[in-house]
Write a protein that binds this ligand. Structure first.
Ligand SMILES: Cc1cc2nc3c(=O)[nH]c(=O)nc-3n(C[C@H](O)[C@H](O)[C@H](O)COP(=O)(O)OP(=O)(O)OC[C@H]3O[C@@H](n4cnc5c(N)ncnc54)[C@H](O)[C@@H]3O)c2cc1C
Length: 482
């Protein structure tokens, strides 16, 4: 398995194709715009080497029997899905941020494993064998794999082939015996700067007219024809700052990937035109992802619980003053974590061997994830006071300024020394409005989409029949369409 330094070296060896603020980033491991994202992911490699975390971060390959990163493993049971949740909560504790440049690719390969199996069985294709070969190599090389599903989508009411611009969804433009060519984009992709490869999946279910959009494959992050532009976000300014203004030296980035007729060799292609299976792979993905994201936000919530308590103490108050509010954060953390575990426990094994989480509970978890962490953030900012809310505090440069630094320090001091109070405040800013915030609302899909799945899962026939029985109604009432 790779050491953190070997991992960083593997990123340095790649062709530069990532841009930000008009600049081509030649080394993602040192450039201010990407180095924190790389550092967060490097902590996964570091944890894999640490006996305290080894069992959480690594597992045994079902393909080779070798020790591998859990991020490249097949999730074959409820216990392994629970281990996924534990890993995500732990990684948030160790990094203070999202490490989507490994976890989305992990979920993608598991989703594809089941769908490739279904396609081969029904259609006589050979996708599963290809995926197995790719995964064996990926495990041996211990690569970081980002996951890309989200298309730009253009007008949301139109299907891909109805769009004015056919490139609004990534699609196949050419196919020959050895390769395919793809054109379009995938947007808002987490941790691409920290990834060696990208696992590309279709963004939604497609009909016959849109079959060219039903495409899945893996690609090196530096593939020819792939141009990447990093998104900018409100905490960019902080991340560029040094000193205590940018508390954890980690972070996450989201990227726009532009595919300009990119060639993908067939051995990396796992779906090409089988439109009936595109929704299947998307659903496989969201069930695992929406179960596990409950652990990411719980991990982040744990940090808010710790930081809010420290802020109270720094102000001369005790945690008792804020007992009700701190308890609420703890309840929220365990609600999303527990719901994720429940979705895992009530899941079932797919014939391919992959564990599929319960569709109803994983989507309900998505609704909680889209709401509860925001409540925890409000409580954390409330307890800290204005210096944690929107960074209402001079910079660390001013804090140490020869002329007036002493004044800044004098008036920032409370029950705790000024620097301790300032550091807690910056951490709270990071956790509540900075890059420490996981994509609670839209990461893993919007709550609106989750509600559609939940509605479809509700067995109203069963419940009306139960209610009819208890009410003593014998006649079958007319059934309205759901
Ligand atoms: C922090 C973060 C990290 C992310 N990381 C990744 C990643 O690693 N990989 C990846 O593939 N994606 C990633 N995403 C993208 C994410 O999956 C999308 O943001 C999400 O699927 C929603 O898509 P959208 O942003 O285009 O919003 P839209 O789909 O436009 O949704 C906006 C709103 O409109 C509603 N809506 C949309 N279409 C319709 C319709 N036809 N009818 C009625 N209502 C509609 C939605 O429910 C929602 O309320 C990330 C996003 C975030 C914020």
């Amino acid at each position: 398995m790779k050491t953190p330094e070997e991992y960083k070296e593997s990123l340095r060896e790649m062709r530069p194709n990532i841009h930000k603020f008009g600049e081509l980033i030649t080394d993602v491991t040192t450039h201010p715009a990407t180095k924190r994202c790389v550092e967060g992911h490097a902590r996964i490699y570091e944890a894999a080497q640490n006996p305290d975390y080894e069992n959480i971060v690594t597992t045994t390959s079902h393909l080779t029997g070798e020790k591998i990163s859990r991020y490249l493993s097949l999730i074959e049971s409820a216990e392994e899905m629970t281990a996924n949740l534990r890993l995500k909560r732990t990684m948030f504790h160790l990094t203070g941020t999202c490490t989507g440049g490994r976890c989305v690719g992990w979920t993608s390969l598991n989703a594809m494993w089941a769908t490739a199996h279904d396609m081969d069985k029904d259609l006589g294709t050979h996708y599963h064998e290809r995926l197995k070969k790719w995964l064996t190599k990926a495990q041996a090389e211990d690569i970081a794999v980002a996951g890309a599903m989200t298309d730009p989508k253009g007008n949301r009411t139109l299907s891909p082939s109805q769009q004015e611009d056919p490139d609004m969804y990534l699609h196949v433009v050419e196919e020959n015996a050895d390769s395919i060519k793809v054109r379009g984009a995938k947007v808002m992709i987490a941790g691409v700067a920290a990834a060696n490869e990208i696992f590309v999946l279709p963004g939604t279910g497609y009909k016959e007219a849109d079959k060219n959009y039903a495409v899945a494959f893996t690609i090196p992050r530096d593939a020819e024809g792939l141009t990447i532009v990093e998104a900018t976000h409100p905490s960019d300014r902080r991340e560029l700052e040094e000193g205590f203004d940018s508390p954890p030296k980690t972070g996450i980035t989201q990227a726009y990937l532009f595919f300009n007729d990119v060639t993908v060799p067939k051995e990396r292609v796992f779906m090409c035109g089988e439109h009936r299976y595109s929704l299947n792979v998307v659903l496989n993905f969201i069930m695992a992802y929406r179960s596990a994201i409950g652990a990411c936000v719980a991990g982040q919530g744990d940090l808010m619980l710790g930081a809010a308590t420290l802020a109270a103490r720094a102000n001369g108050l005790t945690e008792k003053t804020f007992r009700e509010r701190l308890t609420k954060i703890a309840i929220n953390n365990e609600t999303t974590f527990g719901m994720g575990i429940a979705a895992a426990t009530l899941g079932k094994k797919h014939p391919s061997g992959v564990w599929i989480c319960d569709p109803l509970l994983s989507n309900i978890n998505k609704i909680y994830v889209a709401a509860l962490p925001y409540e925890a953030k409000v409580i954390t900012q409330d307890i800290c006071g204005g210096i944690g809310e929107t960074g209402c505090m001079p910079s660390s440069k001013d804090f140490y300024n020869e002329k007036y630094g002493k004044l800044v320090q004098k008036y920032l001091k409370a029950a705790a020394p000024a620097e301790e109070r300032a550091r807690i405040a910056r951490l709270i800013e990071w956790l509540t409005i900075g890059a420490g915030v996981p994509g609670c609302l839209h990461g893993g899909g919007s709550p609106g989409g989750a509600k559609i799945v939940i509605w479809r899962q509700i067995d109203l026939d069963k419940f009306t029949s139960l209610a009819r029985k208890l009410a003593g109604i014998k006649e079958q009432a007319p059934v309205a369409e759901k």
